[in-house]
Each structure stands twice: as structure tokens, then as C-alpha cells.
Design a protein around this ligand. Structure first.
Ligand SMILES: NC(=O)c1ccc[n+]([C@@H]2O[C@H](COP(=O)([O-])OP(=O)(O)OC[C@H]3O[C@@H](n4cnc5c(N)ncnc54)[C@H](O)[C@@H]3O)[C@@H](O)[C@H]2O)c1
Length: 441
């Protein structure tokens, strides 16, 4: 009886998805959820976008994008046809065949995972869960979240996974600001609780994505994402350590990296910088180390990379100190201009940005600090709002030191080099310039 019921529920959802008759609800319309909702709507599905932030909901419904990678035009096309409708009301889950969760997964102050947003979303889903629905978690999280945290809550409704509803994890790998790889052409890893959960989730993604990679379980899929981001964090940590080492030995680390990268196998290029930023790399490895410690395993690479990477803003400030020292000045009382507030080039995201740490440290030492960023109008440093300054030759000239924290391509580097008294370049943005005012990290 169970087997027959499972087959009917599975076939009916599969059919709906294949015929693009399925209605999708995307919970969380941020950097991940909004592009996904738009792509799904573009592929011909009806999409509800649910967010607790009423302002975002209103903007989406007006076709006004607040995410750089989603154009107003694309958003308007799907909202005008009402293919995408945003709401704060979770009751639309009742009419949804697929529910995709893209809510934040930050760290607590203690660096432990905070999955409260995921739990809130799952509790809403449990209220409306009905036979034939597929639930997918896309938020990055520790291995076990889907099966240990979500599954019991969803099954407490009396419905059974694989028979009545389907459950999978599929990590989001979007790289904001990347012009080459977008939601549709980044391979999508999918791991379901049962084989049918995986199959039906793969069917869904293949409507709008080019390459699907099924794996055997949600836990494997959760771990895939954490391996990817830990790999980045550890390699950035290694190259940052190389940078500190080369500085001590007076070796140009940037030249070393470029020359090493000519090796056609066995080497991958990573660059040093002012520290990690964004919602992923500084956070995700700690989700993994927390879970590993729970299993009695001490993950040493993650902790070490975290220590080195988080020490980089201090190193940048020591470089500013040295630069000012050469003209018999101190940070205390000097005017310092930080270029770039976003965590990486050509984006407007300031979450966990090392620029904020650099500014805070300079201010703590008595520096009179401003910042300029063509993508970021204002930031908050220790609860104080700072507005970015407009960059002109005269303005640049008025500072004792300029620090390039983010190498946006919109910066006029000729003008900056021409007018700066001293420059600390943390990104090798000025590699083509030869001036005694430039100090690289
Ligand atoms: N930003 C990235 O580049 C990126 C890349 C890959 C994976 N991720 C992962 O994707 C997840 C989402 O990240 P993001 O960058 O899109 O976050 P975000 O903060 O940009 O967006 C999350 C959205 O969820 C909403 N929200 C919070 N709680 C909610 C709830 N209970 N119900 C409905 N909406 C709720 C917020 O208002 C916000 O709009 C995280 O787990 C993150 O680690 C992010």
C-alpha cells in the first residue's frame, strides 16, 4: 500500500515539474533566493517569493532589484507577468508544490552556528506541509542539518518522507559579481533523503540549470559545500601566511605567486589580501569545525586558517603605520582614506568586510578615517554610520595615506597614484605602477 502511494505521489509531482505546472515558493529573497526565484520564474514556473522583510517584498513586486546580479529588467519581466509574486505571508506555502529555503545561516558571537532562521522557516513549512510537496534547503549549513533538524520537524506532522513528501539539500554556489558563472551554469549538487527525493529535486533544477550533480544523501551535499569553502579559506590562509613570511624576508610575494602559477598542473592561484569577507568564507568553515568537534574531532586547518586570515587587518594597519612613519607621522592625528568598503571587487556587499576592521583599527589608533567606494554609499563601524566620500584629485591629496582595501575596477588608479602622498595596496591593484609612494602588502 505504502509503495503504491509513494509511486503515485512521486509521479504526480514529477509530472507537474516536467510540465512546468509546479508552483515554487522560495523562502528568503536575498543574494541567493532572489536570483534563484527569478531564474525559476524565467523557466516558466510560477514562483512565490517569501521574505520576512516587507520592504524587500514591496521592492520585488515593484520590479526593483536590490541585488546587483539581478537586473531590474529581468525582475520586471517576471513580476509583470505575475510569474514571480513576493509576499510576507507564509500561507502561500499551502498552494506550493516545491519549497526552497534560502535564509541566512550566520555565526553566533561564540562562532557557533546559528540555524535559527532555518528552524523558523521549517516551522512555517510544517504548518502547511501536505502530501506531494518537495522541500529543499539551500542555505549553507553543517552536515546533518537536513536529516537531524529538518526531517524530525517535518515528520512530526504525521507525514512521512519519501512516501508523502520529499526532502533534499542542494548547496547554493553562486559567486556574486562573477560575469561568467551564474545560477544557470554553475553545476548544482543535489542530495535527497531517499532516492526519489533526489530524483524529483534533480528534475526541478534541470528546468533552469545546465548541469546537475546528484549525490547519495543530504549530508554528503552539505559536506560538499563546506569542503569547497574550507578549501578556499585554508588556501587563502596559506597564501596570507606566505605574504607575512615574504614580507619578513623581503621577497615580492605577488611575483612568487604569478611565477608559481605558470606550472600547468598541481598549483592553484590564490592571492593574499586584507582579510576574508562576505557571508560564506569567513563563516562556513566554522559550521564544519563546530560539527567536527561535536563528533570528537579537532579540525586544525580550519582554526589555523581562521587565525591567520583574521590577523590580516592588523597587518594592513601596521603597513599604514610604517608608511606614515617614513614621513615622520603617526596614525594618531593622520588623515587616512580607505578605498573600497565592499568585501570584494565590483560588488556592493559589505558583510564581514575587512574594510570595516581596517577602519575600526585605524580609528582606535586615533586616525581620522574616511572611505570611498563607488558601490557602497554608507557603512556602519562600531554602530557609527559613515558616508563614503567622492573621489577627486583634490580630495585624495588631502590625505596622509590611502589604503586600497578593495580593488574595484571603477577606481581611477592613475588619478589615485598621481595625487596620493602614501599608498598601501593590499590587492596588488597598482602592479603596473612604479612609484615610491606605493607599499604593497
Ligand atoms: N551570498 C552568497 O554569495 C552565498 C553564496 C552561497 C551560499 N550562500 C548561503 O545562502 C544562504 C542565504 O544567504 P544570502 O546571502 O542570500 O542571505 P541574505 O541575507 O542576502 O538573504 C536572506 C534573506 O532571508 C530573509 N529571511 C530571514 N529569515 C527568514 C525567514 N524565517 N523567512 C523568510 N525570510 C527570511 C532575510 O530577510 C533576507 O532577505 C546562507 O546560508 C548563505 O551562507 C550565500
Amino acid at each position: 500500500m505504502d509503495k503504491r502511494k509513494e509511486k503515485t505521489v512521486f509521479n504526480s509531482l514529477k509530472r507537474k515539474i516536467r510540465k512546468r505546472d509546479a508552483t515554487i515558493a522560495v523562502i528568503g529573497l536575498g543574494y541567493v533566493g532572489l536570483p534563484l526565484a527569478v531564474e525559476m520564474a524565467k523557466s516558466g514556473l510560477n514562483v512565490y517569493g517569501i521574505d520576512v522583510n516587507a520592504e524587500k517584498v514591496e521592492m520585488v513586486n515593484k520590479g526593483r532589484s536590490y541585488i546587483q546580479d539581478v537586473s531590474h529588467r529581468d525582475l520586471r519581466t517576471v513580476t509583470r507577468k505575475r510569474r514571480l509574486v513576493a509576499t510576507t505571508d507564509f500561507a502561500v506555502l499551502r498552494d506550493s508544490d516545491v519549497i526552497d529555503i534560502c535564509v541566512p545561516t550566520p555565526l553566533r558571537k561564540t562562532k557557533d552556528p546559528d540555524i535559527s532562521f532555518v528552524i523558523d522557516a521549517v516551522e512555517q513549512i510544517a504548518k502547511y506541509l501536505k502530501p506531494g510537496q518537495l522541500v529543499i534547503l539551500e542555505s549553507t549549513t553543517y552536515p546533518g542539518t537536513t536529516e537531524e533538524v529538518m526531517l524530525p520537524r517535518l515528520e512530526s506532522t504525521g507525514l512521512k518522507v519519501g512516501r508523502d513528501f520529499f526532502l533534499a539539500f542542494s548547496p547554493e554556489r553562486v559567486d556574486p559579481g562573477n560575469p561568467k558563472f551564474k545560477t544557470t551554469n554553475i553545476p548544482k549538487v543535489v542530495g535527497g533523503v531517499t532516492a526519489n527525493c533526489t530524483k524529483v529535486a534533480c528534475d526541478l533544477y534541470s528546468l533552469s540549470m545546465e548541469h546537475i550533480v546528484p549525490v547519495s544523501s543530504p549530508t554528503v551535499a552539505e559536506m560538499v559545500k563546506l569542503l569547497e569553502n574550507t578549501f578556499r579559506s585554508v588556501n587563502i590562509g596559506l597564501v596570507n601566511e606566505m605574504c607575512l613570511m615574504c614580507d619578513r624576508m623581503n621577497i615580492d610575494v605577488w611575483q612568487v605567486i604569478e611565477a608559481a602559477a605558470t606550472k600547468p598542473f598541481g598549483f592553484l592561484k590564490f592571492y593574499p589580501g586584507p582579510g576574508l569577507g562576505g557571508h560564506c568564507i569567513p563563516i562556513d568553515p566554522f559550521y564544519l569545525s563546530w560539527k567536527a568537534k561535536m563528533a570528537g574531532f579537532e579540525p586544525r586547518f580550519i582554526e589555523l586558517a581562521g587565525q591567520i586570515n583574521s590577523s590580516m587587518p592588523d597587518y594592513v594597519v601596521s603597513k599604514v603605520n610604517n608608511a606614515l612613519n617614513e614621513s615622520r607621522k603617526s596614525i594618531n592625528g593622520s588623515k587616512v582614506l580607505v578605498l573600497g568598503a565592499a568585501y570584494k571587487r565590483n560588488v556592493n556587499d559589505t558583510r564581514e568586510s575587512p574594510a570595516v576592521d581596517v577602519i575600526r583599527l585605524l580609528k582606535e589608533k586615533g586616525g581620522r578615517v574616511d572611505y570611498s567606494d563607488p558601490h557602497v554609499e554608507a557603512i556602519e563601524v562600531d554602530g557609527v554610520r559613515m558616508k563614503g566620500v567622492r573621489l577627486t584629485g583634490r580630495k585624495v591629496k588631502s590625505y596622509d595615506c590611502v589604503v586600497i582595501v578593495t580593488d574595484h575596477s571603477a577606481f581611477d588608479y592613475n588619478m589615485i597614484v598621481k595625487n596620493s602622498r602614501a599608498i598601501v595596496d593590499t590587492r596588488n591593484a597598482l602592479k603596473d605602477f612604479d612609484s615610491i609612494t606605493i607599499r604593497r602588502i
